[in-house]
Design a protein around this ligand. Structure first.
Ligand SMILES: CC(C)(COP(=O)(O)OP(=O)(O)OC[C@H]1O[C@@H](n2cnc3c(N)ncnc32)[C@H](O)[C@@H]1OP(=O)(O)O)[C@@H](O)C(=O)NCCC(=O)NCCS
Length: 191
């Protein structure tokens, strides 16, 4: 079973995915969490102070949101530009639902696709997950596009309430990828 102290660093050509550090608050605030555009289609509101982001950094570092929480670092500059995580897993860590966020400056450069691909590889090939699910607001097609590019297939639609946003009702699309499909699309033999 994965625990936060065992979470490995993952690398892609342009990015490093690592455990959050308690000192990451200022960068979280400056680079993405304080931007209302970034928070528009996620389940949390834009942060209003760096202290709020610091509390979150400590919470992630300590495993409060579960073990699968990575800070996304842009190798070229060393900046912390976002977060990818499993927001939910079942008890035996076989099925999970993920979330991701990047600062606006870094949108549409293929970075979310690069991040999600590496996280899926790790979860299927190294952790033995069976399915990974993503949910996104119908008004947020860029997120759906990333999931599609990474092989997640349409499962269905739903309506969700967002408690942090006065129970705003949001139409969502659910996409999923299975372990079998991951190995198929990457032309690898299932172990
Ligand atoms: C969703 C998010 C993570 C995507 O990150 P990204 O690094 O820009 O994604 P990528 O560059 O890998 O891919 C984006 C794709 O969406 C497409 N796209 C962008 N805006 C779009 C739109 N309005 N409609 C349709 N497609 C769109 C891009 O063209 C690209 O596809 P392509 O490679 O085929 O051209 C980023 O927009 C983000 O952080 N948003 C705020 C937080 C958020 O909403 N998170 C998701 C919650 S479910």
């Amino acid at each position: 079973m994965m625990t936060i102290d065992k979470l490995p660093i993952l690398t892609t050509p342009r990015l490093t995915l690592r455990r959050f550090s308690p000192d990451d608050g200022q960068q979280i605030f400056d680079n993405y969490a304080s931007d209302p555009m970034v928070a528009r289609y996620v389940t949390w509101n834009a942060h209003t102070s760096p202290q709020q982001s610091s509390q979150l950094a400590k919470f992630f570092h300590d495993g409060g949101a579960g073990p699968f929480q990575w800070a996304i670092i842009l190798n070229e500059t060393g900046q912390l530009i976002g977060n990818i995580s499993l927001v939910e897993t079942d008890a035996d860590q076989k099925n999970g639902t993920f979330g991701y966020v990047l600062g606006q400056k870094w949108w549409n450069m293929g970075l979310a696709t690069e991040t999600l691909t590496e996280m899926l590889r790790f979860l299927f090939e190294e952790c033995g997950f069976d399915t990974i699910t993503g949910e996104y607001a119908t008004q947020n097609p860029a997120s759906g596009k990333v999931m599609e590019k990474c092989g997640l297939e349409y499962v269905g639609q739903d309506v969700k309430m967002v408690p942090a946003k006065n129970n705003l009702q949001v139409d969502i699309i659910i996409r999923r990828i299975t372990r079998t499909r991951w190995y198929q699309i990457n032309r690898k033999e299932l172990p």
